[in-house]
Structure formats: structure tokens, C-alpha cells
Design a protein around this ligand. Structure first.
Ligand SMILES: Cc1cc2nc3c(=O)[nH]c(=O)nc-3n(C[C@H](O)[C@H](O)[C@H](O)COP(=O)(O)OP(=O)(O)OC[C@H]3O[C@@H](n4cnc5c(N)ncnc54)[C@H](O)[C@@H]3O)c2cc1C
Length: 469
């Protein structure tokens, strides 16, 4: 009979982090089986394939994946170039998924429906830690099960966009207007151009994705001046959002904010601040969004609505596992305080691996963007460090699993010691609403004539040490 240690390791999701996990597993002679519900690897990235990312190639490639690729004579992209989502898939993820060590266990068009301990429901404790897992998945041929020794859930959050309302629920009429309401980053200048050209569109959201959509819609204004763009911010003051150009070390991300500011100054972009949608009603081909804008009721009449208000994780297929999720952020409890957006407006990326990611269920980890739950600040590089640590743990290399090594750009990276007294407050908490700064310490530093979100010199930040030390 085959022993548990000889079984494969399941990876759910063939995005950048899932495939990096597969590379690390292969490097440690563990056999990965990678499931993705998409017909291609990087399916989520292809949904926003037209969007240029703000971190250059050098931050988007996992070290172990590079080693595997180099062996096959891969031609790496220029390290400082900024790829779009499609280029990440075509130039990096597809070649990576084609290396024999990963290709042999890759299942595309395979949706994971459930994960459980083999023969043990959630309540059964005896022998639980040593029992293998069973992964149930569906593909074109029906439902199947695979028995594995461990599970890495890298299924992302892209499939579950947040609805429009401030309370986290869809507003009445939102679901029935789905043909005119889009989520995420629709390709308004490409495949979806005809839907938006010459139309009046409301963009709701306060992140860089929202800026991206608003700026792309303004490109359409140049072709058809009837194209109108209304940009609604639900919570944040616009100054801080647009100020990224001044304090963001990933220049492309900061440039977005500066471009949006110029469009507002030119009157090409109408802002609705302190916006709260209450209802969506159809009026023929148009939508009326019943709203509160700065506390005043207002019916916003538009042709289209784009909702870019973030994403949330899907735990439904983990129902039979003993997972522990922070009630606010929906991240593992040890990680959640370090990324809670109530405190970490600058996108802290403290070093973390297995100790911060663990659940009561042994040999099961959530990694990648899903590990951040509802927090919006995830970077691929962080995920690569997560899977390096998790796979080292599976391989029994507990020392390497806890020797956290990160090299990150200092953009949005808080320099507060995550293990210190400010662990629950990035640089001491959020900056005052009116100040163009990412956190309290950043605001103070700027008053003193310093710069940088980490409140120190704008240098690359290297973090090495033992997790939790
Ligand atoms: C517009 C945008 C720009 C970004 N820019 C950057 C950037 O510049 N730099 C950076 O570091 N990060 C960036 N990010 C953040 C983050 O790095 C990406 O979202 C990245 O794709 C996350 O990788 P992942 O592997 O965790 O998840 P994903 O890429 O979302 O991959 C998850 C995969 O799981 C699959 N899946 C989901 N459910 C199931 C299931 N039940 N069964 C089987 N398969 C399933 C999906 O099809 C998908 O392919 C950006 C994100 C967005 C949305």
C-alpha cells in the first residue's frame, strides 16, 4: 500500500502563486497536482489581461520557478519592464506550466468542489493529522476524487467580487441588472469598447483598479465626446488616493493617481464622494442608481455601472476542513492583524510563512491572494515567499519554513516591526483623512520633510529573519 508521504500534494489554482507552489514542490521532490477551473493557467489574470501591472517583472517571477524555467532554456523578460496580465500568462505562466515536473500533474477545466480528510468528517478527531486528504473535482467528464497528502489552496479571490453597497450586500436591483453592471476591470477600450463608447458610466471604487477603469473610459472620450465618466468613492478622501504618485515607489501605480488628478482638474472626470448606492432601477436601456452623495439623496442616471470594490474569498469548498478565519479580514488569524485595512492603508507586507498561515487542519494552507481574505494589498512576491515556506514545511524542513526571506519594493511597505508593539497598527495607524499619506508615521515624516511610505529612505527593503522571532 502506498504511504501518505508518497501521495501527491494538491494545489488549487494555477495562478502565479499556485504554479510557484508547484515549482517549489517539484524542487523538493514532492509531486504536485494542480487544479484550475479555467481552460488556461492564469485564468484570473487573463480576465484583466489588458491591465498593465505596477510591479516590474523582477518582482513577479518566483525564484524556484525561474530555476525550473532556466533549465529548459527559457528567455526571461526584461527585469524592469511592466507586463500586463496577458503577458504574465503568456511569457511566464504558460512556459512554467509546460515544464514536465508541473505539466504531468496539471488539470485544467477542473473545478475543485470539496476537500475533506479521507474517511473523516469535520467532527472526527481520531487519527486526523495523519489521514490523507481527498479532493473532489469536476471536469468535462464528470466528478472525480484524488487522494493527496497535503493541500495548498491558491484559488485567489477574483471569482467573488464585492457588490456595490457599503454594507457588503448587493443593493435591490443589482442582480437583475447584471447585463449592465460589470465587476473587476472590464476591457473598456478593447473587447468591451462598444458597450462603453459614447455612454455614461458610473465607476464605483477607490482603489487602483477603479482609477484604471476611469482612465481607460477617458481614452474613449477622445474618440467620442459623448462618453461620460462619473467616479464614485465610497469611503476614502480623494486626496490620499491620488497622492500615490508622490509616495509610491512602484512608479506606475503612483502615475495612475497623478493622471486621474489631472483628468479631474481638466473637468473630464466627475467625482462623487462619500457615495453610497441604495438601489438600482432599470429605466429602459438605462440604470438609475438611487444613491446618497455626501449625505444628499441623488438619482444617478447612467448607461453602465462598473463596480471595482474589491473581492472576497470563497470558503464553500473547505466546509469539511477545520479552518480558522479572522472574523474581520477573513485571513488566517495570525496574519489578519498585519494586513487589516482598518489599520494598514499603506499595504504592509510583513514577512510571513507557515506560522502566520497555519490552520487547525494540519498540512492544509491557504496562500496567495486568498490568504489576504478581504484585504486588498496582496503582491505576488509575498505569495512566492508563502509557498516557499509552506512547501519547506511539507518537506519536513521546519527550519527553512521559518526562515522568512523577503526582498520587496518599499512601496506601501510599512517599516514598522510587525512583531513589535505597533503590530496591529501600520506605522502607528491610518493617516488623518485629509493628509496625503499612507499612515500616521508617513504623515509625520512628511511634515518633517522626509518621504516614503515606509517613512525611511526610498530603498529596496530586504527582510530576513525567523518568523515570529
Ligand atoms: C488588476 C490587478 C492588478 C494587480 N497588479 C499586481 C502587481 O502589479 N503586482 C503584484 O504583485 N500583484 C498584483 N496584483 C495582485 C495579485 O498578485 C494578483 O491578483 C495575482 O493574480 C494573485 O495570484 P494568485 O495565484 O494568488 O491568485 P489568482 O491569480 O487569482 O489565481 C487563482 C486561480 O484559481 C482558480 N480557481 C479558483 N477557484 C477554483 C476552484 N474551486 N477550483 C479550481 N480552480 C479554481 C482560478 O481560475 C485562478 O486561475 C494585481 C491584481 C489585480 C486584480
Amino acid at each position: 500500500m502506498i504511504s501518505k508521504n508518497e501521495l501527491p500534494v494538491a494545489v488549487i489554482g494555477a495562478g502565479p502563486v499556485g504554479l510557484a507552489a508547484a515549482a517549489h514542490l517539484a524542487a523538493r521532490n514532492l509531486h504536485p497536482i494542480v487544479f484550475d477551473k479555467g481552460e488556461s493557467v492564469g485564468a484570473a489574470l487573463l480576465s484583466w489581461g489588458h491591465v498593465r501591472v505596477f510591479s516590474p517583472w523582477k518582482y513577479n517571477i518566483d525564484d524556484e520557478a525561474r530555476t525550473l524555467l532556466d533549465r529548459g532554456g527559457w528567455k526571461p523578460p526584461a527585469p524592469d519592464d511592466l507586463p500586463n496580465g496577458r503577458e504574465i500568462v503568456e511569457e511566464y505562466l504558460v512556459p512554467l506550466s509546460s515544464v514536465p515536473e508541473i505539466a504531468s500533474g496539471l488539470k485544467l477545466g477542473a473545478t475543485v468542489l470539496a476537500v475533506a480528510r479521507d474517511g473523516l468528517d469535520k467532527v472526527s478527531s481520531a487519527g486526523r493529522d495523519s489521514a490523507p486528504f481527498v479532493v473532489r473535482y469536476a471536469d468535462a467528464d464528470g466528478e472525480h476524487e484524488v487522494v493527496v497528502q497535503a493541500v495548498i489552496d491558491a484559488s485567489g479571490t477574483w471569482g467573488q467580487p464585492n457588490p456595490i453597497a457599503l454594507n457588503g450586500l448587493p443593493v435591490p436591483g443589482e442582480a437583475t441588472s447584471s447585463d449592465l453592471v460589470s465587476y473587476g476591470i472590464p476591457d473598456v477600450t478593447g473587447s468591451r469598447r462598444a458597450d462603453y463608447l459614447g455612454k455614461r458610466t458610473l465607476v464605483v471604487g477607490s482603489g487602483h483598479s477603479a482609477i484604471n477603469v476611469a482612465l481607460a473610459l477617458m481614452e474613449l472620450q477622445a474618440s467620442d465626446s459623448k462618453t461620460e465618466v462619473l467616479w464614485a468613492l465610497r469611503r476614502h478622501g480623494v486626496e490620499r488616493l491620488l497622492g500615490g504618485g508622490l509616495n509610491d515607489q512602484l512608479p506606475e501605480r503612483g502615475a495612475l493617481g497623478l493622471a486621474a488628478k489631472k483628468a479631474m482638474d481638466d473637468g473630464r472626470l466627475q467625482m462623487l464622494t462619500s457615495f453610497s448606492a441604495r438601489t438600482i432601477t432599470r429605466d429602459g436601456d438605462r440604470l438609475v442608481v438611487g444613491s446618497l452623495v455626501n449625505g444628499t439623496p441623488r438619482d444617478v442616471e447612467v448607461d453602465r455601472v462598473v463596480v471595482t470594490t474589491g473581492f472576497r474569498p470563497d470558503f464553500s469548498f473547505l466546509r469539511e476542513l477545520r479552518i480558522e478565519i479572522d472574523p474581520t479580514v477573513e485571513a488566517p488569524p495570525a496574519l489578519a492583524p498585519l494586513i487589516d485595512p482598518n489599520f494598514h492603508s499603506c499595504g504592509t507586507v510583513p514577512p510571513h510563512g507557515v506560522e502566520k498561515l497555519k490552520h487547525p487542519e494540519k498540512d492544509f494552507f491557504i496562500v496567495g491572494s486568498k490568504s489576504y481574505g478581504r484585504a486588498p494589498t496582496f503582491l505576488m512576491k509575498t505569495g512566492y515567499e508563502q509557498v516557499r515556506s509552506v512547501v519547506a514545511e511539507f518537506a519536513g524542513d521546519h527550519v527553512a519554513a521559518r526562515q522568512v526571506q523577503l526582498v520587496l519594493p518599499e512601496t506601501g511597505v510599512c517599516s514598522a516591526d510587525p512583531g513589535g508593539k505597533s503590530s496591529s497598527a501600520c506605522c502607528g495607524g491610518p493617516a488623518p483623512e485629509t493628509v496625503d499619506a499612507c499612515c500616521v508615521a508617513d504623515a509625520v515624516a512628511k511634515v518633517e520633510g522626509k518621504c516614503g511610505c515606509g517613512c525611511g529612505p526610498k530603498t529596496e527593503k530586504s527582510v530576513r529573519g525567523t518568523e515570529g522571532a
